[in-house]
Design a protein around this ligand. Sequence first.
Ligand SMILES: Nc1ncnc2c1ncn2[C@@H]1O[C@H](COP(=O)(O)OP(=O)(O)OP(=O)(O)O)[C@@H](O)[C@H]1O
Length: 359
Amino acid sequence: MPTTSTRTGPTAEPLIRLSDVSRTFPAASRRGTPVHALDHVDLDVAQGEVLGVVGYSGAGKSTLLRLVNALDRPTSGSVSVAGREVSALSERDLREVRRDIGMIFQQFNLFTSRTVWGNIAYPLQVAGVPKDQHRARISELLHFVGLADKAHTHVEQLSGGQKQRVGIARALATSPRILLADEPTSALDPQTTSEVLALLRRVNEELGLTVVLITHEMEVVRSLAHRVAVMEAGRVVEIGDTYDVFADPQHPATQRFVSTLVEKGPPPRALERLRERHPGRMVTLSFRDEHASPADVFAAFIERGVAFELVHGGVEDVRGRTFGHLTFTLTGDDAAVAAALAHVATLAEVTETHPTEAR
Ligand SMILES: Nc1ncnc2c1ncn2[C@@H]1O[C@H](COP(=O)(O)OP(=O)(O)OP(=O)(O)O)[C@@H](O)[C@H]1O
């Protein structure tokens, strides 16, 4: 039996591995074309990490989750969980693998006719956990999710956030190592979303679960995910550390998602207004925390007698690290502006917006 330490560190086997996985659904009609829901996907999820998976509707996110918990099988390629190839397992072995995987859903999928207690007891019954062990386990879970006083309430009397807490407690009942979360906060208001995200963070940090989280909300990715994978048309088009992806998204789909939270430069309408006021040089400086700070840039302009106005942008925080995009208009002697910008280019990434530029 391997110890936990052999599973950690950079050389450890990933807990979940998809290798060259495709899933094709046959055409719906004779004239239709097959749907490539997943198209040659390679993806590793390390033990203990939170991976956010984003993509527009139809990108293949749910199909990916269904392959991980073996509710569906790949057309080609392999899916392994904890070193076991799931598509090759018998129904009996699959039940064992599924016990290692909890799942939560956008619409909670609770038994509305049961109480909170009854919902959490259900997976324990299915797993054959002796009844005399239920009380202690359920009460521990209720405390963990902050619903100790709601044990005997019927779930239809709960708020959305409380329902998702029940969903999380139920998913954790059999002590899985993996939590699959399918849009877990999309049906919740912003305040409740933050509470549920805080709870999911504890699931990862205190209980050590590996979390794969599907979402279309970049705020959810920012607050929870260590890494993010962006999907489009069945492919993973970009994957990386959440900070790197937010600070410098590469693929157009990723750029669209990130721009819902962080804009690199003024949007077209603001740009038009700015141009009316300032026809001269305008630059957007992109900072990362390992590089220089905005203060170094201000100093560079001041030292060279360049007047500057900060007209757009801000500094963002991703898991305790900062980056930002700040747009300045610059006024002064041409040579001084050029010299200042040459120096600033050593401190930050400089993108110039030319007067005729339509973004
Ligand atoms: N059982 C199925 N039969 C036929 N086509 C399917 C089936 N399941 C998924 N698809 C198709 O596969 C593609 C990917 O679907 P999937 O549900 O994985 O996307 P998604 O990214 O999760 O989208 P959403 O955010 O809308 O749930 C879609 O075109 C979908 O219509």
